[in-house]
Design a protein around this ligand. Sequence first.
Ligand code: IDP
Ligand code: MG
Length: 156
Amino acid sequence: MAMERTLILLKPDAVQRFLVGALISRFETKGLKLVGMKFMRMSPELADKHYEAHRAKPFFAGLKRFMTSSPIVAMVLEGRSAIAVCRKMMGATFGSNAEPGTLRGDYGISNSYNLVHGSDSPEAAQKEIALYFRTEELLEWKPANLEWIYDAGEEL
Ligand code: IDP
Ligand code: MG
């Protein structure tokens, strides 16, 4: 089973609502390893690149305004099947529709201000990580409890 890296953004609503700690805690508690993190402002240019696939959508202008309106937290998380695991943890796109137990289901009700972004495929993860982090900003380290997070008998 592959170890993967995924790009997670805590969106401006998460920062404004002081939910940064609560949301990071959920990913840490799951067993995902932090390999990069920054508190930053998304520029309009970065928004265009990040949401390239949505540029023709009717909600794009509002999405760009929202994402560039105030700071975000960008993170790279690593773990077994991290991309799918994080997407599952985030829940459905619209807060009003997201299942309880998911981040969007537990912390929000808005459809556009939905707290968190997560890469949706290995190709997207690779592209998105490179938009936010230089190689040297992603740190190689081994959690002391790695054998307990997974299974000491397994190949990691
Ligand atoms: P995802 O974030 O669950 O992958 P996408 O469909 O990729 O959802 O949409 C990207 C982001 O655009 C969403 O997280 C949300 O903030 C915003 N968005 C998507 N659809 C709508 C919409 O119909 N109205 C307003 N905002 C939307
Ligand atoms: Mg998406």
